[in-house]
Design a protein around this ligand. Structure first.
Ligand code: SF4
Length: 225
């Protein structure tokens, strides 16, 4: 299930129309699809690494954001796995549309070293975007997020905890991200997709989101009483 329908995705995309023959330039053309549809992490990483060297990664990801085909839901494509694309869909639901051409610049040899340096040094995507803006690149957070994914990073929306902050991710979710969890839930997003948006995919992430929603509902009942 997708939150945005294909027409909405098309209307929100900032993509220039791709030349119709872009698929003929893909590096996965004619290759075995096993890695692209595998559930094994190392295989998916191999597929994503192939995507990052692909000359049509922007066209491919735009195509997947605008369509509803099987690879959009299941496979690695456009350099992202399905959880990352679902997270991107929620970003777009919140009005955050990435500039994929700029994300491509960020993973080019000229900027990749800087992105890696900032991934290691900054606690959040917002921090990376702020430093890159000081460097003279006009980038927003969601564009940085796509570049971080493409470069093999987690690109989590949840900030890394400050040194000395010993909270668990569940406590951090409850303390710092309850508002966004509730907002996305109210917009119709599924729990697993909210968890993917925040960067905590998997069953645990969905359970954590469910706990936050339960607590928010209990608070609402208390206020109403
Ligand atoms: S970005 Fe990846 S899935 Fe898309 S055409 Fe290139 S190699 Fe294939």
């Amino acid at each position: 299930m997708t939150i945005l329908n294909a027409d909405t995705r098309r209307s929100r995309s900032n993509a220039a129309p791709a030349s119709p023959d872009w698929k003929t330039r893909s590096v996965c053309r004619g290759k075995l699809a096993d890695d692209f549809y595998s559930t094994i992490k190392s295989h998916k990483e191999r597929a994503r690494a192939l995507c990052v060297g692909c000359p049509v990664i922007v066209e491919c990801l735009n195509n997947q954001r605008q369509s509803d085909d099987a690879i959009y839901r299941w496979g690695v494509g456009g350099g992202l796995d399905p959880e990352q694309r679902r997270a991107l869909e929620l970003e777009e639901l919140l009005g955050n549309v990435p500039n994929l051409a700029m994300a491509r610049v960020l993973v080019s040899p000229r900027w990749l070293w800087r992105l890696r340096q900032l991934k290691a040094g900054c606690r959040s995507l917002e921090g990376i975007a702020a430093v890159l803006t000081q460097d003279g690149l006009l980038v927003d957070v969601v564009t940085v997020r796509v570049a971080v994914w493409w470069s093999g990073g987690e690109g989590s929306r949840m900030a890394r905890l400050a040194p000395g902050d010993k909270r668990t991710w569940r406590a951090q979710l409850r303390d710092d991200y309850a508002d966004v969890v509730v907002a996305l839930h109210d917009l119709g997003a599924r729990r697993a997709d909210i968890a993917a948006y925040l960067g905590i995919p998997g069953t645990n992430g969905a359970k954590g989101v469910a706990d936050v929603l339960k607590a928010a509902a209990a608070r609402g009942l208390e206020l109403a009483a």
